[in-house]
Design a protein around this ligand. Structure first.
Ligand code: ZN
Length: 287
């Protein structure tokens, strides 16, 4: 798989109110592609000064993919969730000489659940979606595994330097097998927007924005959809559950750099305070 720069037009500085006053014919629909168990202690960082007492509590949370429909530019996904291999196998056909060992010892692997007709290609067919491309928040398996059952002659986009964990021959899922080029968004020379910092107007019509939110992973991206139904912010795994917004506490589990992720979350938290009309969708909870 090659990696190439994703091309976009640089926008000039704007206030978000100007952007929100110019909403576009673009909609979001979230699909549940399965479930996974998440410990509340860790989904909210227990060491954050405002965390209070967070007990061990297993939460069953959805594994999501989001359909973006732009009236003129067609259909895209944010993340691909899970493919149907998770229906009969809680580890989604993980392969490799160490896979069995890791599964047996609960190391590096989570157990997923998937009901019939939750897999991503079922949602795609049911909604008659003609996919033009996929934007990944990041490359953790529960955000990319569904790619295995999607067409490969479309555009796949991730953040610059985002790591793809496919450790052949030890353990791997072949999640992006067949994707010839993975396009990378480089936020380096982009214009800062109020509160959120580095942002990109992906389609150049202010309908769909990529926001650099590193920490959960290095190249993590959140997205903002400027819909006529009101602005929608898809945080990705900067925060997993809505409770993060109660006290402003981001996750610590599954997070590469907890401090950097908390900084990214603080921006999103402030953004939501300044623009309360924004609907926020967390990485693993549908509001
Ligand atoms: Zn993740």
């Amino acid at each position: 798989m090659k990696r190439e720069a994703f091309n976009f037009k640089k926008h000039y500085f704007k206030e978000w109110n100007e952007v929100f006053d110019n909403p576009q014919q673009i909609t979001v629909k979230s699909f549940i592609t399965g479930q996974v168990l998440l410990n509340k202690r860790g989904a909210l960082n227990p060491d954050h000064p405002k965390a209070g007492a967070i007990n061990n509590e297993l939460l069953e949370v959805p594994v999501l993919a989001h359909w973006i429909h732009h009236e003129k530019l067609g259909d895209y996904l944010i993340d691909t969730g899970l493919d149907s291999s998770y229906h009969n196998d809680p580890h989604g056909n993980m392969k490799g000489i160490l896979a069995k060992l890791f599964i047996k010892t609960n190391l590096f692997v989570d157990e997923y659940k998937q009901a019939k007709n939750q897999n991503i290609s079922y949602h795609i067919k049911k909604n008659r979606i003609k996919l033009n491309g996929v934007f990944f928040t990041h490359l953790h398996s529960d955000h990319i595994a569904g790619t295995r059952e999607l067409p490969k002659n479309i555009t796949y986009v991730t953040g610059k330097e985002e790591k793809y964990h496919d450790h052949k021959p030890f353990f791997y899922g072949d999640y992006l097998k067949g994707v010839k080029t993975l396009y990378e968004i480089d936020f380096e020379d982009t214009v800062d927007m109020p509160v959120l910092g580095k942002c990109i107007d992906i389609f150049g019509d202010e309908s769909f924005w990529a926001i650099s939110t590193p920490g959960h992973t290095k190249g993590h991206i959140s997205f903002l959809v400027n819909s006529i139904e009101g602005p929608i912010l898809l945080t990705g795994d900067v925060c997993f559950i809505k409770s993060s917004f109660k006290n402003g506490v981001a996750p610590s589990s599954y997070t590469e750099d907890v401090r950097v992720n908390q900084k990214s979350f603080d921006k999103i938290f402030e953004f939501k305070m300044v623009y309360p009309k924004i609907k926020v969708i967390c990485g693993h909870e549908i509001s």
